[in-house]
Ligand binder design. Structure first.
Ligand SMILES: NC(=O)c1ccc[n+]([C@@H]2O[C@H](COP(=O)([O-])OP(=O)(O)OC[C@H]3O[C@@H](n4cnc5c(N)ncnc54)[C@H](O)[C@@H]3O)[C@@H](O)[C@H]2O)c1
Length: 248
C-alpha cells in the first residue's frame, strides 16, 4: 500500500517532473494534474486549476496535495495570474477542505520578500514579513494567507514553501553560474526531492511557512533552521550539485 495518495498540480512542470519519481520511489502514490499532458505519470489529469469541477474530480480519493500548478513568473494579472494563481489556489484549497485532506503543500516563492533585501540583515527570516515587488509576488502572499486561513478555520495542515531558484533548464543554470548572489538561493533538483518528501511525511504541522534552498555558496540568504525543525530538511547540495544536467 502506498503511504500517501498525493495530488500533484503542475505535474508537467520543472519542479513537478523532478519530484514525482522521488515521491513514488518513497512509496507514495502520485496523481498528476496539469493544463498540459504530464509525460512521466501513469495517473494524470489534464485540466486547469481555475476549473473547480476538474480539481474536485482529480482530488477524489487523494489525501495529500502538492500545489505547484501556476504561472511561475510575473505576467498579466487579469488574464493569467488571476485565473491560475488566485482562482486556482482558492479552488485547490477549497477542494482540499471538502475532501478532508491530511496535508496541503503550497508552492510560494522567495519573491514574496524581494522588496526586503536591503532592509534586513541576512539571513532573512520568515518573521521579517513580506514585501512583493510585482503581481506574481502578491499572488504567492495570497497563497500563503489562504493556506493559513484554511488551517485556522478548517483545521487543514498546510505548509507554504518559499522556493528559492530551482533552475529549470541548463540555460537557467548557466545564468546562475555567472551570479554568485543567485547561487545562494539555489535549490537543486535532488534537494527539492528530499524537501517535498519530508514535507509530505512530516507530522504535527498546523500551518507553517518554510524556505527552500540548497546550501548557500558564499552567504546564508535564508534561515533554513525552521525547515530543519519542522520537516527535518537538511540541504546536501551546493551549486551546481544535484542538477540532472551538465552546465558548460
Ligand atoms: N522554479 C523556481 O525557481 C520557482 C521559484 C519559486 C516558486 N516556484 C513555484 O513553483 C511552482 C512550480 O514551478 P516550476 O518552476 O515547475 O514552473 P513550470 O512553469 O515549469 O511549471 C508550472 C506548471 O504549472 C502548469 N500550470 C500553469 N497554469 C496552470 C493552470 N491554470 N492549471 C493547471 N496547471 C497549470 C504549467 O503547465 C506547468 O507545467 C510554481 O507555483 C512556481 O510559482 C518556482
Amino acid at each position: 500500500m502506498p503511504k500517501y495518495r498525493i495530488l500533484l498540480t503542475g505535474s508537467a512542470g520543472a519542479v513537478g517532473k523532478a519530484i514525482s519519481p522521488a515521491l513514488i520511489a518513497s512509496g507514495h502514490y502520485v496523481r498528476g494534474f496539469d493544463i498540459v499532458k504530464t509525460p512521466n505519470l501513469e495517473d494524470s489529469h489534464v485540466g486547469s486549476v481555475s476549473d473547480m469541477k476538474a480539481i474536485d474530480n482529480a482530488m477524489d480519493s487523494m489525501d495529500t496535495l502538492i500545489h505547484l500548478g501556476a504561472e511561475p513568473n510575473d505576467c498579466d494579472f487579469m488574464t493569467r495570474l488571476l485565473p491560475s494563481n488566485i482562482v486556482g489556489t482558492y479552488n485547490v484549497m477549497d477542494s482540499a477542505k471538502r475532501h478532508k485532506l491530511r496535508r496541503v503543500i503550497l508552492a510560494s516563492s522567495m519573491q514574496v520578500v524581494s522588496g526586503l533585501w536591503k532592509k534586513n540583515d541576512l539571513p532573512m527570516k520568515i518573521e521579517h514579513g513580506t514585501a512583493p515587488v510585482n503581481h506574481y509576488g502578491v499572488t504567492k502572499i495570497f497563497a500563503e494567507a489562504l493556506g493559513q486561513m484554511y488551517s485556522i478555520n478548517f483545521g487543514l495542515s498546510v505548509i507554504a514553501v518559499r522556493i528559492g531558484w530551482f533552475t529549470r533548464t541548463p540555460k537557467e543554470a548557466q545564468q546562475m553560474a555567472s551570479s554568485e548572489w543567485s547561487q545562494n538561493i539555489f535549490l537543486s533538483h535532488n534537494d527539492a526531492c528530499r524537501y517535498f518528501i519530508n514535507a509530505v511525511e512530516a507530522e504535527n504541522i498546523t500551518f507553517i511557512i518554510l524556505p527552500a534552498t540548497s546550501k548557500c555558496k558564499t552567504r546564508q540568504m535564508f534561515d533554513l533552521e525552521p525547515a530543519r525543525q519542522a520537516i527535518g530538511y537538511e540541504p546536501q547540495d551546493t551549486f551546481p550539485e544535484g542538477l540532472p544536467f551538465k552546465i558548460n
